[in-house]
Design a protein around this ligand. Structure first.
Ligand SMILES: C[S@@+](CC[C@H](N)C(=O)[O-])C[C@H]1O[C@@H](n2cnc3c(N)ncnc32)[C@H](O)[C@@H]1O
Length: 251
């Protein structure tokens, strides 16, 4: 699988190029950051997989979470996609060092990617599980990004989305305001209820808040309000999906 299969990261887009630069610079030291690993552990705690499952990690960074999930589930396979080529380089190096060959890491912009022809076909099928951890707030078209996650899942497959959320956190609201009005970039944080509504629009069922973390400090690190949401793509036993999908931010 090549980077081109999911569409190139878009260096000509100044905002995307900026995000890419930030994470390219961060890549060598990224896994020293316990804050992001703690978020990954929240997902791992709620993941239960059996057999030959395919996990797709959207905005996978250096792939720490995906590698942990695969190490814990020896029959599972994984695909990680990230905008930052340096993050992907690290992910590949780390996977190789760990002897993990059930994973592919792909450089690409999820929002430009054809999820149906890119990530989902690397191992010849649709995903059983999609992760999106601390990456959703970068998407310019969050509803379209969710619809793409929905399409990349097989019927019955599950999405885990973890991100900061606006409910119960003045700090996140301030941080969101800084992005919107001072930095004027496209980073946005949302309320859980909005995310759940967008999941419903995309066609997901069994939408729920798995856990909310509102502790200010945990393990000596500042946490704002984080939420882990999960939802499922309807399977044969769920009847019609009623997916409408697509659309852009602003509902
Ligand atoms: C804060 S890091 C989180 C990485 C990883 N999911 C984790 O939990 O450690 C956010 C990641 O999202 C990636 N990202 C941002 N926008 C993206 C996009 N449009 N497509 C793919 N990846 C993107 C960044 O390059 C970065 O590696």
């Amino acid at each position: 699988m090549t980077a081109g299969a999911t569409g190139p990261a878009t260096p000509t887009d100044p905002e995307l190029a900026k995000v890419e630069r930030i994470f390219d610079r961060w890549a060598p030291d990224y896994e020293k950051n316990e804050w992001y690993k703690a978020q990954g552990r929240e997902v791992l705690e709620h993941l239960s997989l059996t057999g030959e499952r395919l996990i797709v990690d959207v905005g996978c960074g250096t792939g720490w979470l995906l590698r942990q999930a695969l190490a814990a589930h020896p029959e599972a396979r994984g695909i990680g996609i990230d905008l930052s080529s340096k993050m992907i380089e690290r992910a590949r190096e780390n996977a190789e060092a760990e002897g993990l060959n059930r994973v592919r890491f792909v450089t690409g912009n999820w929002e430009a990617a054809g999820a149906d022809d890119g990530t989902s076909h690397a191992f010849g099928g649709k995903a059983d599980v999609v992760f999106c951890v601390s990456a959703f707030h970068y998407f310019r078209g969050p509803r379209a990004a969710l619809a793409k996650m929905f399409r990349s899942l097989r019927p019955g497959g599950e999405l885990f989305l973890l991100d900061r959320e606006m409910e119960g956190s003045a700090l996140t609201r301030i941080w969101g305001g800084i992005h919107r009005f001072l930095l004027r970039d496209h980073v946005r944080f949302y309320t859980s209820s909005r995310l759940l509504r967008w999941m419903e629009e995309a066609g997901f069922c069994d939408r729920r808040v798995v856990t909310t973390i509102r502790k200010r400090f945990r393990g000596g690190k500042l946490y704002t309000s984080l939420v882990l949401l999960s939802a499922r793509k309807p399977g044969a036993s769920d009847g019609a999906s009623g997916a409408v999908g697509g659309g852009e931010r602003g509902a």
